[in-house]
Write a protein that binds this ligand. Structure first.
Ligand SMILES: *Cc1c(COP(=O)(O)O)cnc(C)c1O
Length: 425
């Protein structure tokens, strides 16, 4: 498939030692990913060689910076197969992209209109809608998940009514790792078709996405979760939808003409990019896209399935764990009633293993799962089975320390989940 040891050499940070002598085992990729040298060099190259503000200057540097920045739009267009590079808008992150949509789509909503979210959403796909609800007196409903930690598509269909104006759903849960069938959502709601927003923060970095095939109206994701720098997000939208909605932020760049009385907006996509954009990071994001495409997103996805299977199999040795994963890829979340996730994360950190403990910005989902917090290991293409072994040994140390092996009552449930995963493959 690809040579993971060779790939690891592209990432300077993977040579780091933690606590003097432990190799870094970075399993917190759902929070942010590491950066290959090419991306870091692209940032430095911009600042050393053609730093200038874009779109306004006629001088050579400004022209160079503008054309490289605008070329990244084409790279995103090719990455997600949307129709035109003007359908690609740069924001600060996924969160800002969703706030933009909530603000700008929200303008045309009326009292009593409904927005449909799911029980597995990240806070960034909940709070912007709560803020809108406060302004517009709209209603928000949540599609439940099943006991197998998947979206309940039947309930979803029943929840869509004439009042439903927007459905905003995660493509892949940052907690459960499950990949939602967006096609089932878009076709399932024909007749009274609400706008469909897909939070692809966890999918675009890990698998080949085709915007047209997904059948959604808007797609949002973040550069930093796909080997790019922080501070860059993307909003992809159908041109006709983007042209219809008002701008989010106002200022320079997003206007065509301003008088003492009023203004006319610039064309899409610049209409949504007020002020000097994050030029350097957008350019380095372009390098990250090139890097990922060289490895191949299909390869990345296949490799992560393999890593997930391997890790689940190893974790099945801990028969006292509740694992919230039946079909998830690349993300494994688990808990145990005896030992707190923060204690697990702290102990495995002593072995150089970085995992996440907490609510993962999904408190409503935590309450649905009946816990306050969980531990989460999340993989990327530079992780190895050897690293998973180190993680499992570190976990063993944590469980030995807290003597959790003594409680075995969760065994049956765990076996069922692992077997679902196996059957699926
Ligand atoms: C990380 C994440 C977000 C938020 O991304 P930011 O870059 O922090 O704005 C939203 N949704 C999902 C599913 C995520 O994993």
């Amino acid at each position: 498939m690809f040579d993971v040891e060779k790939i690891r050499k592209d990432f300077p940070i993977l040579e780091r030692k933690i606590w003097d002598d432990k190799p870094l085992v970075y399993l917190d990729n759902a929070a942010t990913t590491q950066k290959p040298k090419a991306v870091i060099e692209s940032l430095v190259n911009y600042y050393e060689n053609y730093n200038a503000n874009i779109h306004r200057g006629v001088h050579k540097l400004a022209e160079e910076a503008t054309s490289v920045y605008e070329l990244v739009r084409d790279k995103v267009k090719n990455l997600v197969s949307c129709k035109d590079n003007s359908e690609v808008i740069f924001t600060r992150n996924t969160t800002e992209s969703i706030n933009l949509l909530a603000h700008s789509l929200g303008e045309s909503l009326n009292e009593g209109d409904e927005i449909l979210l799911t029980e597995m959403e990240h806070h960034s796909n909940i709070i912007p809608w709560y803020l809108l609800r406060n302004r517009k007196k709209i209603n928000i409903r949540f599609v439940p998940i099943t006991d197998q930690y998947e979206l309940d598509y039947e309930k979803l269909e029943k929840l869509v009514t004439k009042k439903t104006k927007i459905i905003s759903v995660t493509h892949k849960s940052n907690v459960l790792g499950v990949i939602n069938d967006i096609g089932r959502i878009s076709t399932g709601t024909s007749g009274c078709r609400p706008l469909l927003i897909v939070d692809a923060a966890q999918s675009v970095p890990h698998m080949k996405i085709n915007f047209a095939d997904l059948g959604c109206d808007f797609l949002v994701f973040s550069s930093h979760k796909m080997c790019g720098p922080t501070g860059v997000g993307v909003l992809v939208g159908k041109k006709e939808s983007l042209e219809k909605i008002p701008p989010f932020l106002g200022g320079g760049e997003m206007v065509r003409k301003v008088t003492f009385d009023n203004f006319t907006s610039n064309d899409v996509p610049w209409k949504f990019e007020a002020g000097t954009p994050n030029i350097a990071d957008v350019i380095a994001f372009g390098t990250a896209i090139e890097y990922l495409e060289k490895i191949g997103l299909e390869n990345i996805h296949k490799y992560e399935i393999e890593l997930t299977k391997y890790a689940l199999e190893k974790l099945s040795g801990f028969n006292f764990l509740k694992i919230y994963n039946s079909r998830g890829v690349g993300i494994i979340t688990f808990s145990n009633p005896v030992v707190h996730p923060h204690d697990i994360a702290t102990i495995v950190d002593q072995e150089g293993v970085a995992v996440r403990a907490g609510h993962h910005c999904a408190q409503p989902l935590m309450s649905r799962l009946g816990v306050l917090a969980t531990t989460r290991a999340s993989f990327y293409f530079y992780n190895t089975k050897k690293e998973i072994d180190i993680f499992i040994d570190a976990l063993q140390k944590a469980f030995d320390y807290f003597e959790v092996g003594a409680c075995k009552e969760l065994k049956q449930e765990r076996v069922d989940l692992v077997s679902v995963q196996k059957k699926d493959k």
